[in-house]
Design a protein around this ligand. Structure first.
Ligand code: NDP
Ligand code: 8X3
Length: 249
């Protein structure tokens, strides 16, 4: 029987690549995001039998509920939830950052992820399904300007591990994927739409691609059912760690 994945943030970057990857491997995918035109293009390219689209703001719980309530019967049995929708806003240190940006990151990366997971968990338990959550290296390694973004991703990692505990014995797999630099629209979004800033960050860095992460997610999702990858951290070879900083008088 064909398995069904529910992928948030499917209009761009990692999520869009994941739709292609999973459909290519024979899965059916419910692809979601706010930009309905991009979802329609995805469905047109891959076919309505393989891709069902739901356009909603993941942070709008009423919109999420309405979208889920309207799922056709043949799309209601979800085997895999990929909580990928998310964003960083701003690169300023905390004392100069925008509180509105912080609220948006928490609403999207934390509150919305938790609410959608809560909504789909009973079905995932019934089907002994799986959850893949998109955390980040920013969950583990702090950097200047990462403040609330890193905090949201640390939550995603710890929530994933907590889910593993709560789902003990239920046969549901949960994985926190924690990538470093992946070239997507992420930096353009973070910098308020600056393609120049995005190009400058990735130039010469040979960053990971959205396809790299999508292929990793498919690998995680298709391991033998007795295997669970708890956390998986990836970086491009060009990215590594810097030391502590010391302020001197
Ligand atoms: P993109 O900006 O390319 O994609 C982000 C996706 O999230 C889009 O499809 C966007 O859809 C969706 N999204 C954002 N806000 C909302 C919302 N309120 N409602 C619904 N959908 C939303 O970035 P990436 O592909 O890089 O990011 C995907 C995930 O990977 C994020 O969680 C990010 O934090 C994480 N990540 C990214 C890394 C990177 O270096 N790129 C590294 C580590 C983790 P739309 O705008 O159409 O709603
Ligand atoms: C995004 C990765 O290194 O830009 O989650 O914080 S990084």
């Amino acid at each position: 029987m064909t398995a069904t994945a529910f992928i948030t943030g499917a209009t761009s970057g990692i999520g869009a690549a994941a739709v292609e990857e999973f459909v290519g491997a024979g899965w059916r995918v419910i692809a979601t995001g706010r930009r309905a035109d991009r979802l329609a293009a995805l469905q047109q390219r891959l076919g309505a039998d393989a891709v069902h689209t739901l356009a909603f703001d993941v942070a709008d719980e009423a919109a999420v509920d309405a979208a889920l309530a309207g799922l056709p019967t043949q799309w209601q049995d979800i085997d895999l939830l990929i909580n990928n929708a998310g964003l960083a806003l701003g690169t300023k240190p905390a004392q100069e950052a925008s509180l509105d940006d912080w609220r948006t990151m928490i609403a999207t990366n934390v509150t919305a992820l938790v609410a959608l997971t809560h909504r789909l968990l009973p079905g995932l338990v019934a089907r002994r399904g799986a959850i893949i959550n998109l955390s980040s290296v920013a969950a583990t390694y702090p950097y200047t300007g990462g403040n609330v973004y890193g905090g949201t991703k640390a939550f995603v990692e710890q929530f994933s591990l907590g889910l593993r505990s709560d789902l003990h014995g239920k046969g549901v797999r949960v994985t926190s994927i924690e990538p470093g630099m992946v070239e997507t629209e992420f930096t353009k979004v973070r910098t308020g739409g600056s393609q120049e800033a995005s190009d400058a960050l990735y130039k010469g860095a040979d960053p990971m691609t959205a396809e790299d992460i999508a292929a990793t997610m498919l690998w995680v999702a298709t391991l033998p059912p007795h295997l669970n990858i708890n956390r998986l951290e990836l970086m491009p070879v060009s990215q590594s760690f810097a030391g502590f900083q010391v302020a001197r008088d």
